[in-house]
Design a protein around this ligand. Structure first.
Ligand code: UD2
Ligand code: MN
Length: 347
C-alpha cells in the first residue's frame, strides 16, 4: 500500500522521509500523529537508499536534431517555466536529485542569434540527462580584442561566487550537441566533448584538438591554474589547454565519436577577434607559464551581472595592460618565493 502524507509516504510499516539530500527509510516501532504530520518514533535501524539520486544513464533520445530558433527570450522564459528554474537560470531535474552542480560557461560577445539558439537547444537535453545546471554567459565588453580563455577564467571565478559548482563545461556559443548520449557531467579526468564537429566534417581535425567544448571538474581547474590569460584574438588558447594538462600529468578523455557530435553554423570571423599573431610564440612557452598565468593572476572588472530567468549574463571589462602587468608580477613573486625556499638561502 502506498499512502501519501504531507511529509512522506507510508509503505506497510516502513516510513520514507524524503529529504533534500537523501532518502532515509526508518523501520518504525510505533507512530503518533500530531496535527497533519505523521511523527515517527524510530528504532535505531536506518537504511539510506538512493532512489532519489539521479541515475548515471538517464533516459535518452539518442540522436536529436538541432533547429534554428526564431523566437524571443520571453518565449523561452515561458517555455521553461514548467521546470521552475531559480532566478539566474538554475535548473534542477524534477524527477531526482543530482549530486553534481554544473556551471556552463560561455565566452561571449555579440552573438545574439547563436545565443538564442543555444538557450533554445540546451536545457531540454540537459534536463533529459538529469543535470543540475546554470548557464553563465560571460560577455567581454568591446574595448579590447576578444579573449576566450580569459572569459573562461572569469566564468569559473564568478560562477563560484554564486554557488558551489563542482563541474564546469566551457562551451562555444555556436556548438549544438546532436546526440544526447553525450552526457554533460564531469569525471575525475577532464573531458573533451566536441569529438565529431560538423565544421570538421564530423572528424577530429587532429589528435590534440581540444576546441569547442570541454568539461573540467573543479579540482582539475585548480590544478592547472585555470587557463592562460594571454590569448587575445582568435586561436591558440585551445591548444594551450592540452599543454597545461600535460604539465600536471593529466589527459583529456573523450566520448565515442558517435555521441560527441555537434552541429555548427557557418560564420565569418568577428571584427573584435582577429587571428592572434602571438599564438605560436605563446604556445612555445605555454608549459612554463602555467604557474603564474591563470586564475592566480587574472585581473578583470565586472560591470554588470544580470540574473535572467533562464541564465546569468555577466559583463566584463578587461584592461589588457593591467592584466599583463599583474601576470608578470605574479611570475616575479613566485620566483622570489622559490629563491627564498631554495636550500642555499635556507643555510
Ligand atoms: C574554434 C574553436 C573554438 C576556439 C576558436 C579559437 C571549434 C568548433 N571551435 O572556433 O573552441 O578554440 O577556434 O579561438 O573548433 N566568441 C564570441 N564573440 C566573438 C568571438 C568569439 O562570442 O566575437 C565566442 C563564441 O562563444 C564562439 C567562441 O568564442 O563560439 C569561438 O570563437 P569563433 O566561433 O569565432 O571561433 P571558431 O568557430 O573558429
Ligand atoms: Mn565558431
Amino acid at each position: 500500500m502506498l499512502q501519501s502524507t504531507s511529509r512522506g509516504i507510508q509503505i506497510s510499516g516502513a516510513f520514507i522521509i524524503i529529504s533534500m539530500s537523501s532518502v532515509m527509510i526508518y523501520w518504525n516501532s510505533y507512530q503518533t500523529k500530531s496535527a497533519d504530520i505523521t511523527i515517527v518514533n524510530l528504532t535505531r535501524q536506518t537504511t539510506e537508499i538512493s532512489i532519489k539520486t539521479c541515475l548515471k544513464n538517464p533516459p535518452s533520445l539518442g540522436h536529436f536534431v538541432f533547429h534554428h530558433f526564431n523566437g524571443t527570450l520571453e518565449d523561452l522564459n515561458n517555455k521553461y517555466q514548467k521546470y521552475k528554474p531559480e532566478l539566474g537560470g538554475k535548473f534542477k531535474p524534477l524527477e531526482c536529485q543530482e549530486r553534481e552542480k554544473l556551471a556552463i560557461i560561455i565566452p561571449y560577445r555579440d552573438r545574439q542569434r547563436h545565443l538564442m539558439d543555444f538557450l533554445s537547444h540546451m536545457p531540454p537535453m540537459l534536463l533529459r540527462q538529469r543535470v543540475e545546471f546554470t548557464i553563465f554567459v560571460i560577455e567581454q565588453d568591446p574595448q579590447e580584442k576578444f579573449n576566450r580563455a580569459l572569459m573562461m577564467n572569469v566564468g569559473y571565478l564568478e560562477a563560484l561566487k554564486q554557488d558551489n559548482y563542482s563541474c564546469f563545461i566551457f562551451h562555444d556559443v555556436d556548438m549544438y550537441p546532436i546526440n544526447d548520449n553525450n552526457i554533460y557531467k564531469c569525471s575525475t579526468s577532464p573531458r573533451h566533448l566536441a569529438v565529431a564537429v560538423e565544421k570538421w566534417k564530423f572528424r577530429l581535425p587532429f589528435r590534440g584538438y581540444y576546441g569547442g567544448v570541454v568539461a573540467y571538474p573543479k579540482a582539475v581547474i585548480e590544478k592547472t591554474n585555470g587557463f592562460s590569460n594571454f590569448y587575445f584574438g582568435w586561436g591558440g588558447e585551445d591548444d594551450d589547454l592540452g599543454a597545461r594538462l600535460a604539465v600536471v600529468g593529466l589527459k583529456f578523455v573523450r566520448p565515442a565519436a558517435v555521441y560527441g557530435r555537434y552541429a555548427t553554423p557557418v560564420h565569418g570571423k568577428d571584427k573584435g577577434n582577429p587571428v592572434s599573431k602571438d599564438r605560436f610564440r605563446l604556445l612555445g612557452n605555454a608549459k612554463s607559464r602555467i604557474w603564474y598565468d591563470g586564475l592566480n593572476s587574472v585581473v578583470y572588472n565586472v560591470s554588470k551581472i544580470e540574473k535572467k530567468k533562464i541564465y546569468t549574463h555577466i559583463h566584463i571589462t578587461v584592461d589588457r595592460q593591467k592584466l599583463e602587468e599583474n601576470v608578470k608580477l605574479k611570475n616575479i613573486e613566485l620566483e622570489m618565493q622559490h629563491l627564498k625556499s631554495s636550500p642555499i638561502n635556507k643555510q
